[in-house]
Design a protein around this ligand. Sequence first.
Ligand code: PLP
Length: 410
Amino acid sequence: MSVGMKLSRLHFLKSLSLLPIAGFSVSASGSAAKRSEESEDVMYSEYDPRIEVYPENLRHNAREIAAAVDGKPIMAVIKNNGYGMGVVRSAEILEPMDEIEGFGVVKLSEALQLRKAGITKPVTLLALCHGDELEEAVRQDITPMVYTPLGEELEQLAQKYDKQIPVEVKLDVGLGRIGLRGEEIFEICRDLHQREGVAIKGTFITFTEARDFDKEKIERFSEAVSALSSEGIDTGRMHAASTTPIFRHPEAHFDMVRPGIGLYGVYPQPEDQREKQLMDLRPAFSLKCKVIHVKQLQKGDTAGYGQAFEAQENTWLATLPMGHADGWQRSAAECAKVRINDKLYPVVASVSASHTLVDLGAETDVQVGDEAIIFDDQEGSRPDDIVKACGTSAYDLLMHLNPQIPREVV
Ligand SMILES: Cc1ncc(COP(=O)(O)O)c(C=O)c1O
């Protein structure tokens, strides 16, 4: 049977509702291939990279963080496709939790996706937003972040939609990215304060994550907010701490915290975070694929582009169908390990666009079809282990994962 015939048969069966809409489909080899909820109409090979979501770990991390900040509310930052896990899926798992006050994203499209998926808790758009985009955000009850003179526009929208619009005011006390500085803090906040249609729900900063400078930033932030309060301006909740400052600066937990990567169970600096055991964070998702080829190299044989690997002794190599086009980092070839059948093996040669090579050693029982775990929640193969071994960034490891990789809840 040709692939074309198989696909049209699949389409036919789906149209008769004989196949589930999401879940499993029949792969070219006839075995079960998993599909993502994001791309229901796409058929994946069972060997392809896939992301498995561990909802209980995500919830556990939210509870851990809430306990570490004495029950302060959490704005769950689930930007950039939920740090690789899926933005809607992250929100769906977290929304029922009392610890989660709402969500933060940096793309309007993600904020709208959350509303479309039925997420009802507050969603803050941590990005510039005005004109038609602001109107859509207001219509969909998305909380805008303000650091430009938006008062008049907000007032008109408040009248048009007959509602008071909550806003989050962003101050820049040193990061130099976005936010109000100096005198404009007062000008903009005075303007927002005197508008009936606008309520300042929160005032916040982002840390530079430079340890000593951050202490100074806490002071600058506190001073600015007290000066505003002394003018009678209600600045709402103060918030500042993302994952690293949650660990480092308990005095900066203020009225709410904004963890992102920590919710996903990854320590941005594992050496001074996991090892201090301040919080037990558990990876909220894994990245896996299946071995597509196993072969023996003789001593002196080479493999990979540019002959990047040369066998020092006879050895077995496994090929994995995953490369930098999937978001897996090129630097992995110098440092990362992959778990196959409960053993860790080094990645070797070079990571190419679609393939990774793993050195299995002189003897092996690894076979085509065996599962290869790039990372999961087991010691030795957690994202932290790759970060530590490769000196890489946990953010790069997670957020660069190709959104087309199927994601499934296990
Ligand atoms: C404004 C803001 N708050 C919170 C976070 C979450 O940061 P992290 O993932 O380090 O916890 C981010 C992410 O960069 C952010 O931009």
